[in-house]
Write a protein that binds this ligand. Structure first.
Ligand code: PRT
Ligand code: MG
Length: 205
């Protein structure tokens, strides 16, 4: 069974929950992207790519619901995991807070272009979306965007950059993802893994 895990901030939580579920995966050393352990093969990928790997053939993965929604990944989600809790929000400079309905023609910086487009469409407001890959808070600061759509956890990053949250777009959590074909072809193995992770969650991570 192949399991793809996100590098970055969801990595530790992912490793911990799998270890407690009895899949003692050794932490990868030497920047290895594939680590074998018995019948499990652990792959490491960028958080934004994990659902893509699962959709296209890796059996199991862990990633944020923000990414699954943004990528519109066709994967099976048997479980929400008890970490990676945050939210996707619209934020803007505190001195220029504007109602969403008044944002016609505004420029919005984000790496979540799909979700941003859908959010403004649902409000009937046309905006210009600028795709960035990180450090989104910089964009309004230097005047290339009027607002941002990004993940917020404590809000410290927004505050440090003079931004305030205007509206929450969605709640975000880490999710367990399963490839739709593996779910059928490897049902026993995957069901066993899901049950063991459920037990870890019930008994407290
Ligand atoms: O960073 P990189 O470009 O390599 O990839 P990535 O940004 O896609 O991955 P990573 O590891 O940064 O995030 C992976 C996943 O973690 C996201 O897709 C979310 O599902 C989840 N997650 C949970 C978060 C946060 N919490 C979070 N706080 N992702 C990002 N952040 C950012 C936030 O945007 C802010 O810039 O962390 C910063 C601190 O947040 P505050 O609000 O506590 O200040
Ligand atoms: Mg990041």
């Amino acid at each position: 069974m192949r399991i793809v895990l996100p590098k970055g901030r969801l990595f530790q939580g992912s490793l911990e929950i799998l270890t407690k579920a009895g899949i003692g995966l050794k932490s990868p050393e030497n920047r290895e992207l594939i680590v074998k352990n018995g019948r499990y093969e652990l792959l490491l990928a960028r958080a934004f790519d994990v659902p893509v790997y699962v959709e296209h053939g890796i059996d199991v993965g862990i990633s944020g619901s923000d990414v699954v929604e943004e990528r519109e990944s066709d994967v099976f989600v048997p479980l929400e995991l008890p970490f990676g809790k945050c939210r996707l929000s619209l934020a803007m400079p505190k001195e220029s807070i504007t109602d969403v309905e008044e944002m016609e023609g505004f420029r919005i910086a984000t790496k979540y272009t799909n979700l941003t487009k859908k959010f403004f469409e649902s409000k009937g407001v046309e905006v210009e979306i600028i795709k960035l890959s990180g450090a989104i808070e910089l964009a309004p600061k230097v005047g290339i965007a009027d607002a941002i759509v990004d993940v917020v956890e404590t809000g410290n990053t927004l505050r440090a950059n003079g931004l305030v949250e205007a509206e929450k777009i969605m709640d975000v959590s880490a999710l367990l993802l399963v490839n739709r074909i593996s779910q059928k072809m490897k049902f026993e193995e995957i069901n066993d893994l899901v049950l063991r992770i459920k037990k870890v969650i019930r008994e407290g991570l």
